[in-house]
Write a protein that binds this ligand. Sequence first.
Ligand SMILES: [Zn+2]
Ligand SMILES: [Zn+2]
Length: 276
Amino acid sequence: MSDPGERVGITILGSGSGGNAIAIHSARETLLVDAGFSARELRRRMEASGVDERSVRAVLVTHEHSDHVKGLRVLAEQLAVPIYANRGTAEVLRSRDTKLGKLVIFAPGSPFSVGEFLVEPFTIPHDAYDPVAFVVKHGPVKLGIATDLGHVNHLVSHQLQACDALVLESNHDLEMLRNSDRSWSLKQRIIGRHGHLSNEAGLDLLRQVLHERTRHIVLAHASRECNDYGLVETGLRRCLAELGREDIDWQVATQDEGARTVWVTHSAFPLSSLLG
Ligand SMILES: [Zn+2]
Ligand SMILES: [Zn+2]
């Protein structure tokens, strides 16, 4: 049985094409999702956000892009924790860096436990070797984390149903991307079905998965050149007003600093309403 006073924190240590890392923490244990800053910077951001690095049990990897794995080897070494990745991602990481430490292989679609957490990895469409997103459960609490996806398919919207807290991608404003001085091919890559979700597409996903038990939303992976945090905020605020969900706690994660910790309590949603 879980303690109704128990809570789980989600702290985005930073998010965007320049680096991504998320800490999911209980009173005793922490999981990191990605390590896309230098180890020194990750440790600095953990300390600044009040995440105790001694509580880290593992680093879970979504995919091999450098904005997700930049500090992976050094951080895992320094904290003496295993790296969790699926086979495809692990092979790419190993081929790039033979000194990579202990790797634990998971299979998308097969849940696994790390300490107090139950992790459900699922495949997402993105231009990486074998990219995944995660649902993480702690007692009755369900967290959904999905960035770096080109489009939303049935699997993605199915996996993210009924989450207490959601971290979703809001990568670019289409107009700003079109007007940016990026090459045509890069624009096509970002907009493509294996690229990134635009602000509109991110909100469409939110509309599909928002549940009465959802209490917290973080929009993440906003592009520095092709997006604007104010624009993302305005869109989200408007969307929540339309849905009559102004009660929801929300924020937009930024690149340069860690975000305010989202606290999800075990008692946030009565268990009885999930049964039957
Ligand atoms: Zn990324
Ligand atoms: Zn990526």
